[in-house]
Write a protein that binds this ligand. Structure first.
Ligand SMILES: [Ca+2]
Length: 330
């Protein structure tokens, strides 16, 4: 006969496991929110996942010095009912690329930020957020430049925490999902992306990051296999994502529409849901980034880094899921 006390303990343990598994993933989201429009789709997806209880957005951070990036991000946060999410920006020198949508979006949709100058410095905001969280609990996802993370690693102990930036990351971050590059390699200096505008920061973070890094790349090895945005014409005309994609396709010209690659969307999905049964990964070796921002995966030595691989049989389902999340109506 089974001991009732044993059964009770077992049920308690099961309850704890279920509770733990259903906890939303704590996310710090870092976006350039300027050149490409997939940042808008990715931000919408993050809010949709938060509305479903899968993610808790701790902060949204901008890696660009484009003055419209932060107001644009604030407008998206506001559209999704989170007008008070902390936003940080890089101070001083930072990448500043043009945007086909950020200014229009900021000028059209309600939000409270009038100038990025009034916002906290990104590395300091990272410190504040990380210091307030339980150990090994935070997932960081970057879909832009790595400027802020490099600066974070080099912050000294201060009034926020006695730990250095690197120590704080080691203690508080569960892992880091990085959108950039094209795996296993991109040695084409002509293709831009997240790493070439600030290659020194990229090299610094990739070489010195103290927790696990999962890279999700762009190009036809991953991001262009998933073509999203085709269902945007089905949502309301003033839906912020539909509007941003329409402006982008009208103005930038190089993108063909009506669908678009999903580089930043994939990174957000993977940050919140993990690889799930959607993706595979390759983990033997490490990612070497060169001074011009190109990179190549090396088979040895083995480091705590992996890159995402598609599961061909799941591409259609994953694309449908991302379309559903990016067209979420708050
Ligand atoms: Ca981006």
């Amino acid at each position: 006969m089974t001991n009732p006390f044993f059964l009770l303990v077992l049920m308690g343990l099961l309850f704890q496991v279920v509770t733990l598994l259903s906890q939303p993933v704590k996310i710090i989201y870092d976006t350039d929110m300027e050149s490409d429009v997939d940042d808008v789709g990715a931000t919408a997806m993050l809010h949709a996942l938060a509305d479903r209880g899968e993610a808790e957005i701790l902060a949204t951070i901008v890696s660009s010095a484009n003055p419209w990036s932060a107001p644009c991000l604030d407008a998206i946060n506001t559209f999704y009912g989170r007008p008070n999410l902390p936003i940080g920006v890089p101070k001083g020198e930072a990448v500043n690329r043009k945007s086909g949508y950020a200014q229009s979006l900021a000028e059209t949709y309600p939000h409270s930020i009038t100038s990025a100058d009034s916002l906290p410095e990104a590395a300091r905001l990272y410190r504040e957020i990380l210091a307030s969280q339980p150990d090994s609990s935070v997932v960081i996802v970057t879909v832009g430049y790595m400027t802020n993370l490099s600066r974070l690693l080099h912050t000294p102990s201060d009034d926020i925490s006695s730990l250095s930036g690197t120590e704080l990351v080691r203690q508080k971050v569960k892992h880091y999902v990085c959108m950039g590059g094209r795996f296993p390699k991109n040695t084409n200096t002509q293709v831009n992306g997240n790493w070439k505008p600030d290659p020194a920061a990229t090299i610094d973070v990739v070489e010195n990051w103290p927790t696990h890094i999962l890279f999700s790349g762009g190009g036809d090895q991953l991001a262009t296999l998933y073509q999203t945005g085709g269902t945007l014409p089905e949502v309301k005309e003033n839906h912020i994502v539909r509007q941003a994609y329409e402006w982008f396709f009208d103005r930038v010209g190089w993108a063909k529409g009506p669908t678009h690659h999903s580089a930043d969307l994939l990174a957000v999905l993977i940050a919140v849901r993990g690889l799930s049964d959607y993706f595979d990964q390759s983990c033997e070796g490490f990612n070497e980034v060169f001074e011009d921002g190109t990179h190549e995966w090396r088979s040895s030595p083995d480091k705590d880094q992996c890159y995402v691989l598609p599961k061909p049989e799941r591409i259609k389902a994953v694309t449908q899921e991302m379309n559903k999340l990016m067209t979420h109506q708050p």
